[in-house]
Design a protein around this ligand. Sequence first.
Ligand SMILES: [Zn+2]
Length: 324
Amino acid sequence: MNELIKISDNVYIVNVNVLGLSEWLATHVIIGSNGLLVIDPGPNLCVDSLVNTLIKYFNVEDIKGIALTHIHLDHGGGTGLLIKKLGSVNVYVHPRGVRHLSNPERLWEASKEVLGDLALTLGRPEPVDQGIIIGLDDGSVVDLGGTVIKAIHTPGHAPHHIAYLVEPDNVLIAGDALGNMFNRRIYPVTVPPFNLVDYLRSLNRLSRGSYRYVSVAHFGYVENDCDIFIQRFKDKIISWSIAIASFIKEGIKDPRDIYDELLQSDQELSYMFKFREVHKLVKGASYRAVLGVYQYIDRLLNVEGASIDDLLKMMFSIGNAPTK
Ligand SMILES: [Zn+2]
């Protein structure tokens, strides 16, 4: 049975246990006086078990909507199937995700390309009726009665990524905008096609908030010192980028070799690899994150002709950009 974790009065995590693996995806349930909202229901693979948990702990007739941080299979793939079981509810997503939910064909093809067999395990998304999908602009608010969620556009992990701020509980539901966490170790989830500039800008934007809690999709939440938690992801992506650029300049061409080099120098990464990636659902996850950064940096240096100095200047100018 899935574990239910309370973050705050109105915010819960369902720790969906799937194929014997727990702490894989945090599905959030947000409670308001007008109803409930589910954020990131997960893939088809998890829908039956999620429904059982929702029935056990909540009144499923009160579920008014499903909101997605982004449409990747592990977060939103089960949306269509869940609606079949729950009945029609509003689905909230970034405006760029709307057409992929109603017609998931391209999403499915791209997922198979990036994830291989894992996509088949997670399951092919079922289309969602376009009439119930609501695109959320940056700053849009969904009012659940007493509790509101505010959409913060946070591109980088995906161009259509949204983080949600739940008020008044002051919980940031970061999705994949920050990265993965396991036993307090972290690394950024920077899978291809990854955009370093967008990702850093989004981290910067999130770091301006003063949250009571920050919850990441894979997996868990921190309380207090949230600014330090966000800063760790910034430091990590900057150090990965510099290291990867140096490896490329040294002539290392194969991303597998670059990953091996990073495993030697980054203890958090090697911890994740050794102790987390023992299950088929998460095998290769940290490699894909490194691959995304590698592809971005390789293009920057070898196609656009930038130097490591240019890369450093770019990262620090984003890091020091004025807040708005
Ligand atoms: Zn994810």
